[in-house]
Write a protein that binds this ligand. Sequence first.
Ligand code: MG
Ligand code: MG
Length: 257
Amino acid sequence: MIFYKTEEEIQKIRESADILARAHGEIAKLIKPGVKTKDLDKVAEEFIADHGATGSFKGYNGFPATLCISVNEVVVHGFPSEYELKDGDIISVDCGVFYQGFHSDSAYTYPVGDISPETLSLLKATKESLYVGIEEARFGNRIGDLAYAIQKYVEDRGYSVVRELVGHGLGRSLHEGPEVPNYGKRGRGPKLNEGLVIAIEPMVNLGARQIVQESDGWTIRTRDRKPSAHFEHTVAIFKDRTEILTSHQYIEEVVKF
Ligand code: MG
Ligand code: MG
């Protein structure tokens, strides 16, 4: 189901997204070699609770944590763990916040210490592809327009787009219609009408697009074990503009790449 939001509802998502943006900023300060990924999860959970909100992911279909932490060849949905980050890793931190009845969702992939130039290029291209998609996510366009734009941007640079996992509408539920794939054809799919709120989230692989699910039932990794990156924003469609409700501002004050 697709639910179009009123201005009042979008304001609540905006406030949810503001807590989320600042939670990401707290995590960004901690990303370095030697840090255990479960410690990042603890910080996020406490920060969100301190702001009168709850994490969207913990307990969602049994997911055990506040953050999805996906290191190197893990695409998405990894568990925080005893794993200690090491120089040369990349780590995707995906987080959702539930506040005043509404969810927000965003993700960022960080370099840990010094990473290879080839992996750094993957991160840059994936982040840029998110903004390329947002540029096409405007009133009157269709989902296929932004999906096509992301796919073209990514594939023109020699990377591949994960097909099995997609972005989504969100609001009172973390996952609502429509599906927001990162591949597709121009002019296809649902129209972007006023009040639509969607999470756009390209998942981009350095190697082949194929993925496998680990035996824990959640963790998704690349089949060829090459690195994968993931960036996500929650955006709202208005007649005259598209607003990015989440923000990576606090992350980018700490991390430069
Ligand atoms: Mg997410
Ligand atoms: Mg999402």
